[in-house]
Unconditional design. Structure first.
Length: 467
């Protein structure tokens, strides 16, 4: 071989080696591993390079075909761990990867929404996820105020089958701040009364159609609970646990007057006479043994007792009715759903667990595709709807559902309210737990509760935190 030809072959081999090395920086290690021997061979002897040249020429088409693999994309999804057991996330991964060659979906499971770690990461222009799932807008405001999550608009999201009219408004509202949609609801919940129909029948509390009459007042609730309490059976459980205390208070308060605010229309009301009457019934239920305070120590206590057949009524997220309707629990024929007093007219309360996309994510468009194509598709949502009662935000997903109480549940959603968005909302949530437990355990009076909470909330920042 001529000296000039050898130099040319060497140059081509080294150029190929450098190209392979750069491709490795793009995420594929296989080309880098195979390029090193080729580069060494080219540098050590011209004959070796001469022999390698034909092989390199033959390998060129193969390299061209393999090029797309170097452009593979990882879509990173952070999700609260409890959701993995209720939704088919692995099926969503397989489906999306099949429809998007070159994309790999990876999940990072977390116990709770962790604002601090994400805030620090995103403030530095970095992200370990492209989609974050969990919590509601109250946990999202710190991200929103700093521009760390994207705004879902008609242009990038709410179009075609995903137009706003196709969603339940109350669920969307839980991801809306100042008229902008920063969070897409994945799962919705609404507060109602789940009841054991067999216990109601035994107590003579079912009508000729085998249904319980919804209690119109809290005195009615008390009388039901009294009639349903006996040895080994408690009349009612009210969700006063750490995860539901404020939501329960707000839903029940709205049932009284169709309003949860004081005269200024902004501040939660704790001093209304009707509220005090309701709270007095709550404590009387405890004092007379028709309910318990087990949820103070175990927020799932009422849920567990209802499913085990030792609790007749449960004021809780309505999804509990579907859970208990399973054939291996109480059975569909033994579980009913009815509204909390006044909420059929005035509205119950809904909340969500939602989805955000970080502004610093390099895969925003792909993230939106995953939300639309997988997380909001009917098969992904209906599995959780039918098995766990976890509500889809989309109206179309409730067509042809067999359980007769879905109409009742959806009627709760139609006129439901959302919790107020306060910058100091988490502090108020913690304080009401303390004050309510003191009152219900008999350590303070109903006036003490009202005065203490009224004073406390007057010191809080009730802006939405957007600055």
């Amino acid at each position: 071989m001529k000296k000039q030809t050898v130099k040319k072959v060497l140059a081509l081999a080294l150029t190929a080696a450098m190209g392979m090395s750069l491709a490795a920086c793009g995420g594929s290690s296989e080309p880098a591993a195979s390029s090193a021997p080729a580069a060494e061979a080219a540098a050590s002897s011209a004959p070796a390079a001469e022999e390698a040249a034909p092989a390199a020429e033959e390998a060129a088409p193969a390299a061209e075909e393999a090029a797309p693999a170097a452009e593979s994309t990882e879509l990173r999804v952070t999700v609260q761990a409890w959701m993995m057991g209720k939704y088919d996330f692995e099926g969503a991964k397989a489906s999306f990867e099949a429809n998007h060659p070159g994309v790999t979906v990876t999940y990072n499971q977390v116990d709770n929404v962790d604002v601090t770690s994400s805030m620090l990461e995103w403030s530095q222009g970095k992200t370990s996820c492209d989609i974050a799932i969990g919590g509601d807008r109250s946990q999202t405001v710190p991200y929103i105020a700093n521009g760390y999550v994207i705004d879902f608009t008609e242009e990038n999201f709410f179009n075609g089958d995903f137009a706003r009219d196709n969603f339940y408004e109350a669920f969307l509202e839980n991801g809306n701040v100042d008229g902008h949609q920063f969070m897409i609801p994945l799962v919705g919940e609404v507060v109602g009364i789940v009841y054991n129909k067999a216990m109601f029948k035994e107590a003579g509390l079912l009508d000729e159609n085998g249904e319980a009459k919804a209690p119109e007042t809290w005195d009615d609730v008390y009388e039901y609970a009294k009639a349903l309490t006996k040895d080994g059976q408690t009349g009612i459980g009210i969700d006063w646990g750490a995860n539901m205390m404020l939501y329960t208070y707000e839903a029940c308060s709205n049932g009284l007057d169709g309003n949860i605010y004081g005269d200024d229309g902004t501040t939660l009301d704790f001093d209304d006479d009707n509220i005090k009457e309701m709270l007095s019934v709550w404590r009387k239920l405890i004092e007379d043994g028709y309910t318990t305070t087990d949820v103070f120590n175990d927020m799932d206590a009422n849920r567990t007792q209802f499913k085990s057949g030792t609790l007749a009524m449960h004021i809780a997220p309505a999804s509990r009715w579907i859970e208990a309707s399973a054939a291996d629990v109480l059975g569909e024929e033994n579980v009913g759903l009815m509204p909390v007093p006044g909420t059929a007219e005035n509205g119950s309360l809904v909340y969500i667990h939602g989805i955000v996309v970080p502004t610093v994510s390099p895969n925003q468009e792909l993230a939106i595709q995953f939300i639309k194509e997988e997380l909001l598709k009917d098969s992904f949502q209906q599995g959780a709807i039918n098995t766990y009662g976890k509500m889809s935000p989309m109206k179309a997903h409730y067509e042809n559902l067999e359980n007769p109480y879905w109409d009742v549940c959806l009627s709760f959603v139609e006129n439901a309210i959302t919790a107020p968005l306060y910058k100091d909302g988490p502090k108020i949530d913690m304080q009401i737990q303390t004050e309510m437990q003191n009152f219900l355990s008999g350590s303070s009076s109903v006036d003490d509760f009202a005065n203490n909470m009224t004073q406390y909330i007057s010191t809080m920042d009730l802006s939405n935190g957007m600055g």
